[in-house]
Design a protein around this ligand. Sequence first.
Ligand code: ZN
Ligand code: ZN
Length: 77
Amino acid sequence: MNSRCKDQCRHITKYPIRNGVRGSYKLGYKRCRECEIFIMIDSIRCPCCNGILKARPRNNTSRRNLREYHEKLREIV
Ligand SMILES: [Zn+2]
Ligand SMILES: [Zn+2]
């Protein structure tokens, strides 16, 4: 599926939008790779390009990162 930014994300006022600010995932924003924006929305699709939004549940992510970190340590030793 081809999802392209239609430049509508710049005019969305219905949902809070952020531009690549660190920690946005934690605040509940989802990222659209195509539009390069963070948007706070219930949908899993971007209202602009209709692409799948990326959300990171913080608990899962931090837990997995920790495990990967430990596995890497083991490889080195
Ligand atoms: Zn867009
Ligand atoms: Zn988009």
